[in-house]
Ligand binder design. Structure first.
Ligand code: NAP
Ligand code: ZN
Length: 367
């Protein structure tokens, strides 16, 4: 039998530094202070001091393991993928950032950077992506830890420039809620002359309204919360429909070019399919825990289509940030200290946030 000589390798653990964070220890624990290790920047890395991090409903789904069938949660889980901060160190090969610059990070921190999707700048479709949290960490093992933390280290390609005219707390949510609503609107040709619906006026929905309005469309908001009507109009809606009112819904039958569904919970999407015109499209960005039944006749009659859309690639995310800079768009935020995060989750579940929580990460210093 042949033998193979195994030479001792030079297995040195990567250098790390300590960061403060908040983590969930289980699906029911809530979030509490946690200490984690970040890698010291390699040649291609940017180290960012996090100033603000938005709270996405995906953070809540993930922390409570509501997506266990698709992306089971590994604990401890440090969520957060709407990150804005200041660069405090860069690796030797970094060219676009220097210490002191503002920088931002969304849902992606790596990909294979060589597949056709990556070459097309559509990194969100790369088969080898690394999400910002709860994904295998290629450098340190274990899973990636997100933005409910005082720092993060990210490969330069996945770091976005922050326009200087935008409020930082309101910019953080653009990195997920912003790009997730901007990307399908660009893909489906939302523009002047189109009638566009936005379902669910939450973190994603309110960004969808701002973008559809800025792109020149006629915007109709569908909400289950009558109390949000005035806000919807202020945010850029031309009309507001209380979706639990069948008569109000029926008035819009067969009239929409495009509907963006940003609802986080179980709801009847067939009611919205009926509102599309011929060849109209409804895109799901909301990701409820349970499957939604679809009546196919609603699609067949009218050749309507139902799609989904995940975040966006790096070039389009930068384009969205620059669009926001030109149109002076940020998220409407309620800034909170990290110590209020569990309370914020409860309010998110009651659709009681106007319209995104943004965590002021300076509050971590006292932990
Ligand atoms: P959010 O701020 O909680 O907003 C969700 C909105 O949905 C609520 O404000 C509410 O709007 C509506 N809603 C809630 N429960 C409802 C119910 N039972 N029936 C009908 N409407 C209901 O959440 P978000 O952060 O915007 O996220 C929305 C969804 O998108 C989540 O599932 C999240 O995981 C997903 N997401 C997907 C992507 C992606 O890449 N596709 C990215 C980010 C987030 P009204 O009060 O106006 O009715
Ligand atoms: Zn998100």
């Amino acid at each position: 039998m042949a033998t193979t000589e195994v030479k001792p390798g030079k297995e040195t653990a990567p250098a790390t530094f300590t960061s403060k964070a908040f983590a969930a220890r289980s699906a029911t624990s809530g979030l509490a202070p946690f200490t984690l290790q970040r890698r010291t920047p390699t040649a291609e890395d940017v180290q960012i001091e996090i100033l603000f991090c938005g709270i996405c409903h995906s953070d809540l789904h993930q922390v409570r393991n509501e997506w266990s069938g698709v992306m089971p949660t590994v604990y401890p889980c440090v969520p957060g993928h709407e990150i804005v901060g200041r660069v405090n160190a860069v690796g030797s090969a970094v060219t676009k950032f220097k210490p002191g610059d503002l920088a931002s990070v969304g849902c992606l921190v790596d990909s294979d950077r060589s597949c056709p999707e990556c070459n097309a700048g559509l990194e969100q479709f790369c088969p080898n992506i690394t999400l910002t949290y709860n994904f295998p960490d290629k450098h340190l093992g274990g899973v990636t830890y997100g933005g409910y933390s005082d720092s993060i280290v990210v490969r330069e390609r996945f770091v976005l420039r922050v326009p200087s005219n935008l409020d930082l707390a309101g910019t953080a949510p653009l990195l997920c809620a912003g790009i997730t609503t901007y990307s399908p609107m660009r893909h489906w040709g939302v523009t002047k002359g189109k009638k566009v619906g936005v379902v669910g006026l939450g973190g994603l929905g309110h960004m969808g309204v701002k973008f559809a309005h800025a792109l020149g469309a006629h915007v109709v908001v569908f909400t289950t919360s009558p109390g949000k009507k005035e806000d919807a109009l202020r945010l850029g809606a031309d009309e507001v429909v209380i979706s639990r009112n069948a008569n109000e819904m029926a008035k819009h039958a067969g009239s929409f070019d495009f509907i963006l569904d940003a609802v986080s919970a179980d709801h009847d999407i067939n009611a919205y399919i009926q509102l599309l015109r011929r060849d109209g499209n409804i895109t799901m960005v909301g990701a409820p825990e349970k499957p939604l039944p679809v009546g196919v006749f609603g699609l067949i009659f009218g050749r309507r289509s139902l799609s989904g859309s995940p975040i966006g690639g790096l070039p389009e995310t930068q384009e969205m940030l620059d669009f926001c800079s030109q149109h002076n768009i940020t998220s409407d935020v309620e800034v909170i200290p990290i110590q209020k995060v569990n309370e914020a989750y409860e309010r998110l579940l009651k659709s009681d946030v106007k319209y995104r929580f943004s965590i002021d990460m300076a509050s971590l210093k006292s932990e």
